[in-house]
Design a protein around this ligand. Structure first.
Ligand SMILES: [Zn+2]
Length: 190
């Protein structure tokens, strides 16, 4: 499986690249958009955000990528992290978006966050290693790790991820497209 941390949903250039990639379904994969709600304190527009999130969610499974501190600072610096996950999820549901997956910003999690994610019925993609288990689909491969992995015997389970801003870099974009094409030929999808 393949997911994208959509870090800059309001950046037109990054969004255009992501939008194009998700439509193209590289390697035959649905690219799961993991998104955080817009942050009003940082002047992010809800209108544009919703338009883009709805387009992404209409094309492929959708998920929540909570940033606890700010658009550019993912990990928590205070407050109740589990409560923020509940708030983000309900905010999306109130607007007709149904996140199925969750990945903590900066790979952060704790016992309360894990419990909230399970209680909300989200599949947790925050762990970086391990096999799928009920309620958990670890995120195993970065773009670089995927590019190396597809040249060797494939592990039984691969969950590749990238960031929307990776797509702004020609070389990274090409590496991702090539690796997903090979992975798509070799893998069964879940
Ligand atoms: Zn992030």
């Amino acid at each position: 499986m393949v997911s994208c941390h959509v870090e800059r949903p309001l950046d037109d250039a990054a969004w255009a690249r992501f939008d194009r990639l998700q439509r193209r379904r590289p390697g035959g994969f649905d690219v799961i958009a993991l998104m955080r709600p817009p942050d009003e304190e940082y002047g992010e527009s809800e209108t544009v955000w919703l338009e883009r999130a709805r387009a992404a969610a209409a094309r492929a499974p959708f998920g929540l990528h909570t940033h606890w501190t700010s658009p550019t600072h993912a990990r928590p610096t205070g407050g109740d992290p589990a409560e923020r996950v509940r708030r983000d999820t309900l905010w999306m549901r109130d607007r007709g978006l149904e996140p199925r997956y969750f990945c903590g910003g900066g790979w952060y999690s704790d016992d309360d966050v894990r419990a909230a994610v399970a209680e909300l019925g989200l599949v947790d993609c925050t762990p970086r290693i391990g096999e799928p288990s009920p309620g958990t689909l670890p995120t195993t491969h970065s773009v670089g790790a995927l590019a190396r992995a597809v040249l060797r015997p494939l592990p039984g389970y691969v969950h590749a991820y990238f960031h929307d801003y990776d797509l702004l870099d020609t070389r990274r974009r090409a590496a991702l497209a090539a690796a997903l094409a090979v992975l798509g030929r070799r893998a069964a999808k879940i």
